[in-house]
Design a protein around this ligand. Structure first.
Ligand code: FES
Length: 358
């Protein structure tokens, strides 16, 4: 349905539907709390990949407003490690920041990794650095690929992507098409010009519904995004936390079916209790409120502290724990590592305080 305007669903005419993506954070937190109770499931651990690749940027291309794609290859153009749809790489930027980007190219193109990056003005600087500092010929160190969003064989799929969340979905769409599966993609964004890779998706015709907010007046609700799902479809969703929460909530109300999702930013803290942090090297005492992470609080006094995904899978923020009991919420550390370490972007104190080797 590329380029085709879908008639406005009746709920968009004033019955309070469709504005969940604009929901304020407290509502998103409540939805995540409910989802945690409904599913009771923890996402599977991510396997670490200890392999550094020294790659060159071979192409930089504008893909949409504030979005560029980069193609990365070895200096000798030889084959790169295999990857599957949903995989990402860690890219070490010239400043030393490490950021994760989904691979959005063709899994069969063995000599190239393609990533895409949206520039976030108010962000922490990683996306601005990609846009401003990386040019063809520049070298970057890449770790991975790893897969935090595995694509599982199914007879039918519904893919839901929001904005730059299209990047892990693109290779999944191609894999579903190659496998002869029945699939649909709903792709939302602020406006047509903000949605990267729309033109690439044109080859799939009516399987793809582009749904820019500017054509409908409001962001889509979970129910609307799920409207075109083939029966029994596995649902793969990537985009802003509010969009994912809407899809998961409305899916949980309907027929049971698998849902797989990936966020591009930290999830809100769910079920957090306040605790105190003691930083052993400086003797500082910090208060971590219920709704904030230890990383956020530590960054206020140690702005250079290393972090990346803020979702508990990249391990960048690992810190040694000198005293106190930890409630581990990560998807990366082994039991042995958890005995004396924690990932401060997600994990918290299970008692009232922790002392960290910082
Ligand atoms: S920042 Fe990635 S695990 Fe904490």
């Amino acid at each position: 349905m590329i380029g085709r305007r879908i008639p406005l669903p009746p709920d968009l005419r004033g019955r309070g539907r469709g504005d969940r993506a604009l929901a304020p954070l407290p509502l998103v937190v409540r939805v995540y709390e409910q989802l945690s109770r409904i599913s009771g499931r923890r996402r599977p651990p991510i396997t670490a990949v200890d392999r550094d690749l020294r790659l060159l940027v071979t192409h930089v291309a504008a893909e949409a407003e504030d979005v560029v794609s980069l193609r990365l290859a070895r200096p000798d153009a030889s084959a790169l490690p295999l990857w599957r749809p949903g995989a990402h790489i860690d890219v070490a930027l010239p400043s030393g920041r490490v950021r994760q980007y989904s691979l959005c190219g063709d899994t069969g193109e063995r000599g190239v990794y393609r990533i895409a990056v949206r520039r976030i003005e108010g962000g922490d600087g990683g996306s601005r650095e990609v846009h401003e500092a990386l040019r063809p010929g520049d070298a970057v160190t890449v770790r991975g690929p790893r897969n935090a969003f595995p694509f599982v064989p199914a007879r039918s799929y519904l893919f839901v992507a929001g904005g730059i969340g299209i990047t892990p979905i693109l290779p999944m769409v191609r894999a579903a098409q190659a496998a002869g599966a029945d699939w649909r993609l709903v792709y939302t964004g602020r406006s047509p010009g903000s949605m990267p890779f729309s033109a690439e998706l044109a080859e799939f015709g009516d399987r793809v519904w582009l749904r820019p907010d500017t054509e409908y007046g409001v962001p889509a609700s979970g129910a609307e995004l799920l409207e075109h799902a083939p029966s029994d479809a596995a649902v793969y969703c990537c985009g802003p936390p509010a969009m994912i929460a809407g899809v998961r909530m409305d899916l949980a109300r309907g027929a049971a079916r698998p849902v797989h999702f990936e966020r591009f930013s930290a999830a809100p803290v769910v079920g957090g209790k306040p605790f105190r942090l003691r930083l052993a090297r400086s003797g500082r005492e910090l208060a971590v409120p219920a709704e904030r992470t230890a990383l956020e609080v530590v960054r206020e006094v140690l702005p250079g502290i290393a972090y990346s995904c803020r979702q508990g899978f990249c391990r960048t923020c690992v810190v040694r724990v000198l005293d106190g009991e930890v409630e581990h919420r990560d998807r990366a550390l082994t039991d042995t590592e958890r005995a004396d370490s924690m990932l401060i972007c997600v994990s918290r104190a299970s008692g009232g305080s922790l002392t960290l080797d910082l």
